[in-house]
Design a protein. Structure first.
Length: 92
């Protein structure tokens, strides 16, 4: 997430939360877990295509900022507090 928010193009394996953050060929490149040839191919693709690398980096930064920016974080905290207050019978 940190690299993506800075506009770095990411290459990640399809494990854990990676596919939730990285949309293949939109915000980065994904390869199957344990596939060293897939990793090498993804890296070679980025080395050979600077425009793709730049587009993916921009897409990554925009995606992270849209999903996890300050406004979104504040909204999540606000919903959480309102939920707890409502459950306790208190109103805001």
């Amino acid at each position: 997430m940190e690299a993506m928010s800075c506009g770095c193009t990411v290459v990640a394996s399809r494990v854990g939360g990676n596919p939730e953050l990285v949309e293949h060929r939109v915000t980065g490149l994904l390869f199957p877990s344990g596939d060293s040839a897939g990793l090498a191919a993804a890296l070679q693709t980025l080395i050979a295509d600077p425009r793709l690398r730049q587009r993916l980096g921009r897409g990554a930064a925009e995606s992270i900022r849209a999903r996890f920016g300050a406004a979104q974080s504040v909204a999540v905290v606000e919903r959480t507090y309102r939920s707890f207050l409502g459950a306790a019978g208190l109103s805001v």
